[in-house]
Write a protein that binds this ligand. Structure first.
Ligand code: SAH
Length: 352
């Protein structure tokens, strides 16, 4: 079975069976613009072609294993199962302004082993295929369309490190921004990385218009190394020069994510260090209150809000803009990897 997102295969297939070339556009339109999920319902093409499509193409490779919507209806967490039985997560965040955002996974598990992260504890299970990435997008786009909403933003901030699945990520972004497909603006597709320098440089060249977010989490190497092993390979000075190159080239503000973990990276002196690090840079800091999960054995907990606000104030004195990520998903375990991890633990318990 081929994925319906595989345009090249679909075009070749239509040629092989001597279909007229305009059929491709009709199918594309049915899938991406009319959100038809069942080939039998594509009224614009003859039944014989629908049958052949069914035999050779599939609408999605993912099944929904679990779906949870937060009490305030703003966030929907999706746990998908791949055909090889791996769990991956995506999160839909609905905003009052209608700027709906989808957070997607690019890997099952993750090899980066950040100490605070549930996905890191799963290790790398596999790189997702281009189709598995697009199937997450298609599912969310359709769900939002059914609610009379629209998918406006995509962030690669789910499970995995996007720079380590670069080719699939690149093709996925191209499909997301293709007018005849998901039709998103490049500015609204953002990639988040823990800081893999050579790929950030490539990203800067390939995607001048897309957003870049960096999981910084500490303003010095000592603390950063203790929570993010990647800092041993790409320490802060190397990372920051690569980010400077990105800004010079693209003149775009970089989003710095900073998880606030109680007693680990939230000492007030670090706010000043953070300011030192970012003061001449085009930066937006996004503070993320740590979302505690049982796998860290209770070692990590969230920084109290008033301390995060102090950090914000200090940065603002020096004109560095920041936001605090709303924890609108607390009741559904929506931080990276938590749901997949929980499910896996549950399965292990059940086996015993
Ligand atoms: N590998 C990429 C993208 C995936 S992680 C990256 O590192 O940026 C997406 C974000 O969620 C990262 O900033 C990550 O550090 C953060 N995160 C992971 N676990 C978290 C938790 N328990 N609470 C809050 N944020 C978390």
């Amino acid at each position: 079975m081929h994925s319906i997102h595989d345009s090249q295969k679909l075009k070749e297939f239509l040629e092989e069976i001597w279909e007229k070339s305009f059929r491709y556009g009709q199918i594309e339109n049915a899938i991406y613009k009319n959100f038809i999920t069942d080939f039998d319902e594509i009224q614009t093409i003859p039944q014989a072609l629908r049958d052949k499509l069914k035999e050779n193409f599939q609408y999605t490779s993912l099944t929904v294993d679990h779906k949870a919507t937060s009490k305030n209806d703003q966030t929907t967490k999706l746990l998908f199962k791949t055909e090889d039985d791996l769990l991956i997560e995506a999160v839909i965040m609905r905003h009052k302004t209608g700027r709906n955002t989808l957070c997607i996974s690019c890997q099952a598990g993750c090899p980066m082993a950040c100490t605070f992260c549930a996905t890191g504890k799963l290790w790398l299970q596999k790189n997702l295929s281009l189709w598995e990435i697009l199937d997450q997008v298609m599912y969310a786009a359709k769900l939002l369309n059914d609610e009379w909403g629209r998918l406006r933003n995509i962030v690669f901030m789910g499970m995995g490190e996007p720079m380590l699945n670069y080719d699939a990520m690149k093709l996925a972004i191209e499909a997301m921004c293709a007018q005849k497909k998901f039709d998103l603006s490049n500015r609204r597709v953002t990639v988040s990385t823990c800081g893999i320098v050579p790929w950030i440089n490539k990203f800067a060249d390939d995607f001048p218009q897309n957003g870049l977010a960096v999981s910084l989490h500490a303003p010095n190497d000592e603390i950063r190394k203790s929570i993010m092993p990647v800092d041993h390979t790409y320490p802060l000075d190397t990372l920051m020069s690569s980010l400077d190159r990105y800004t010079e080239k693209n003149n775009k503000r970089i989003f710095y994510e900073y998880i606030m973990i109680n007693g680990v990276n939230d000492h007030i002196k670090l706010a000043y260090e953070l300011w030192e690090l970012l003061k001449w840079r085009l930066a937006h800091v996004n503070f993320i209150p740590y979302n505690a999960w049982e796998g860290t054995g209770g070692t990590y907990s969230a920084t109290p809000k008033f301390i995060i606000e102090k950090f914000q104030k200090i940065l603002l004195e020096y004109w560095i803009v920041s936001t605090i990520r709303a924890t609108m998903w607390d009741d559904i375990d929506a931080a990276c990897g938590q749901l997949a991890r929980k499910k896996k633990d549950q399965e292990k318990k059940d086996e015993k």
